[in-house]
Write a protein that binds this ligand. Structure first.
Ligand SMILES: *[C@@H]1O[C@H](CO)[C@@H](O)[C@H](O)[C@H]1NC(C)=O
Ligand SMILES: *[C@@H]1O[C@H](CO)[C@@H](O)[C@H](O)[C@H]1NC(C)=O
Length: 170
């Protein structure tokens, strides 16, 4: 009995160990309106056709899931993609053949922030990996000017306080 359980554990770890999905970066940071390339790698077998390749990548924010990228039996399905990513995702097909999922996401918005999970399912294994993306809001020129003004104002205040203090000492 113990032997059988042990064998089962070894078999399971062998199966899950032979196929992996990795992230090349666990955390990405970018600014609004810029582009970013998210990348995952997965185990490939030279003799296997891509016809058995299934990929589902989605964004998880709170309780919501939004599909970023979908490959079904080797074919990209743009219909499954969430509206919010429509026309903003560029995949690298050459990289995909080498086991790299490279997705360029353009015109980034703050709403794109969250955890991105890619699940890869093949005839030789199943695995997934998650990466986090955080998007900083870009400052408008007006905000930048206001920030400069505030800094200048603080400097003047400090200088004034110093002058007053110096006068009191004298
Ligand atoms: C983002 O990608 C688009 C299309 O690939 C390109 O035209 C644009 O110049 C890129 N923008 C930046 C900020 O890299
Ligand atoms: C995944 O990461 C492990 C550990 O860094 C590495 O040994 C393995 O080759 C990677 N596999 C793929 C498919 O990227």
């Amino acid at each position: 009995m113990t032997c059988r359980i042990l064998l089962l554990i070894i078999l399971t770890s062998c199966v899950s160990g032979s196929f992996v999905v990795n992230v090349t970066q666990t955390c990405y940071q970018a600014e609004e309106n810029h582009n970013i390339t998210l990348e995952w790698t997965f185990t490939t077998k030279p003799d296997r056709s891509t016809k058995m390749l299934n990929i589902l990548c989605y964004l998880i924010t709170g309780h919501e899931l939004s599909v970023l990228y979908h490959v079904h039996e080797g074919v990209e399905l743009s219909e499954s993609q969430d509206e919010k990513f429509s026309g903003r995702v560029q995949s690298d097909k050459d990289a995909l053949r080498e086991g790299r999922i490279r997705l360029q996401l353009s015109r980034l918005s703050v709403d794109d922030s969250g955890r991105y999970l890619c699940q890869v399912n093949t005839d030789y294994g199943f695995s997934s990996a998650t990466s986090t993306l955080s998007i900083d809001r870009a400052e408008s020129p007006k905000e930048k000017r206001w920030k400069k003004f505030k800094t200048a104002f603080v400097i003047v205040q400090v200088a004034f306080a110093a002058a007053v203090a110096a006068k009191m000492v004298l």
